[in-house]
Design a protein around this ligand. Sequence first.
Ligand code: MTE
Ligand code: HPA
Ligand code: MOS
Length: 759
Amino acid sequence: MSRKSHPHESAALHVSGEASYADDLREAAGTLYAAVGMSESAHANIRSMDLAAVKASAGVVAVLTAKDIPGINDCGPIIKDDPILADGLVQYIGQAVFVVVAESYMQARRAATKAVIDYDELPAVLKPLDAKAAESFVAPPMQLVRGSPQEKLANSPNRNSGTLSVGGQEQFYLEGQISYVIPKEDNQFHVYCSTQHPTEMQHAVAHALKLYFNQVLVETRRMGGGFGGKESQSAIFACLAAICANHLNRPVKLRLDRDDDMMITGKRHCFEYDYDIGFDDDGKILAAKIEMVTRAGYSADLSVPVATRAVCHFDNAYYLSDVDIAAFCAKTNTQSNTAFRGFGGPQGAIAIEYLIDNIARILGKDPLDIRKINYYGKTSRNTTPYGQTVEDNVIHELTAEIEASSDYHQRHSEIQAFNKTSPILKKGLALTPLKFGISFNVVHFNQAGALVHVYVDGSILVNHGGTEMGQGLNTKVAQVVSHVLGVDLGIVRATPTDTSKVANTSATAASTGTDLNGKAAENAALKIRKRLCDLFVERFGGEVDDILFADNNVRNGSHEISFNELVEQAYLERIQLWSDGFYKTPELNWNKDTLTGRPFYYYAYGASVSEVLIDTLTGEWKLLRADLLHDAGNSINPAIDMGQVEGAFIQGMGWLTTEELKWTPKGKLATHAPSTYKIPAVNDCPDDLRVKLFDNKSKFDTIMRSKAVGEPPLLLGFSVFFAIRDAIASVADYTQNPELNAPATPEAILSAITGLQQP
Ligand code: MTE
Ligand code: HPA
Ligand code: MOS
């Protein structure tokens, strides 16, 4: 019943094409279509804007600008620096300047290109390091220091310093951003939106239209992927569609074309690192100093919490006694970067992995040995730089298991032998670990609500504040309810997410969807079970504690009744058969000024081993085999969790290898479609992929002792990058550290090879 690999609740609908996404909803009569007019300058004051040709374009009904927004012209999630429509000042190429509404989708898009805008150009800052030099930030810099890193560095027997660049990443959800807004009676609005955060969309639309929150209903049945890209950045589209619907009093749909979507919305933050590390002759890290400069883009969006998570993941699985971690959110005239699976965690952790890799080659050792001697201890050497004690550490056992199951040492020797006899094709191998903190690093976001309805026929409807984006949240929450009430999963149905059902919800993000909403739904189901138990005892005697709900029956030692019959009797007795439920994660505290506290309830762990083959003449490479071992605690649904692990691994690999964002010298994103931006395809997946969930149970009281699984396995992709670096290092007999930045495209690989001094 529970903890079983049930298919995704919508699996059949997905594969048959019947699952309806926002664009599939039957349209209301009179629906119009909107398109966005974008800035063509990276930084300028708008001198004048001639929209006559847009208005005259076929099918156009209205063209709206900032002055047509009745409420606040802002949709920023935290700091209010995100205009919905530029008002005089443009800050990146792609920024929304006006919105045009037409009778058809194509008419709106054609019209949007016809504006004549006269720009008074201002200097544009296009690179994070230039922004840092100019002290142009979207928020004050942050710094976390523990111990005496400066002194320890000075006294270290070995030292390594340098720089590293890691690129950004487009979320590339298959379903693009979309909102469909239908005006209702008495100035109310129904917003169908592909979003991870219906409540924030409700707030943004209400602010833009100057309404109370109770006048706006946001509904999300499912997304065709979000990956963080719809945590905050669905807001501009919800607001634009709502502004148009309000202005015309007609239903308006705004569906983004892929190019426009990539041009307008933010991506994973790219990072520039400057590091200095001290270590002893065994490779134990004595001190580390790192400066991380992230590309925030033109506005703050979620950059501060992203940078905070990066700071809190620089340790990854390693104890760092003396550290100095600084992060700068650089303000550039580019898209405003945002959440992407891992939310800064991968960017923090990859830096320490790079340093460990460096240490190994400097000392002539296997990087795995360096990793292991720096791992957090179980009872000592177990406090993070931000002061949280690591209480659930399983990285030692997990590493030992994958080391054996992947045959790491045998293959390591074979690869070194192969490389001696193969002058052009080189193989590489790497084992990388991960530790990932679970909880929003903003304490109050860690709450959730649910509603469970048991109908008189015994069928059950579950509503919760989380959103379904393909990750299987609805399936897992339904499994929780089916477990508590002891009924078949088939009788439990999840409803669309709806701000009129559960209020004040958090984003489905930080991998906490099942942790939070599963607990809230459990809480609701337990209240109903308690009422049914009381009735059972009243009818049949015995103790409440002896009653078992299982196999669609309710029983104790002497009596048994079907769940449906008991429900029917409860209804006749006028017992409430539906309930709300609520949950807040315990034990969290965080001081954002000192960057210390307990930001995470617990940690998830994992490790992967990748073997690659590179061509040293072309820089092309192939992933030959990957072994993944991931800790999902006591998994509620192993099949779904394994799907998350595989998907995240491949997505992490794409980030670090093929996906490259490039801007023209004027600041225009040049890679805004799959023709120029390469996400991994089925051919990039290794023929030999071995995925296993680590046998574990959460040490903490998580939902059914499971662990969050959405984001952490993205870090499994690290092993591909470091296997490539290992293969490159073989060219100089592993005596030098290749200067390889991410993404490790063929160009980057070739450049790293040519950068080596030939032995
Ligand atoms: N899986 C699919 N199929 N589609 C997605 O958009 N988003 C990821 C992850 N897995 C995503 C996904 C991200 S960024 C997060 S935070 C989590 O799912 C959110 O869902 P959860 O908290 O329910 O795991
Ligand atoms: N993840 C995703 N979204 C967030 C977080 C986080 O850790 N913190 C604040 N918003
Ligand atoms: Mo996920 S990046 O927290 O939406």
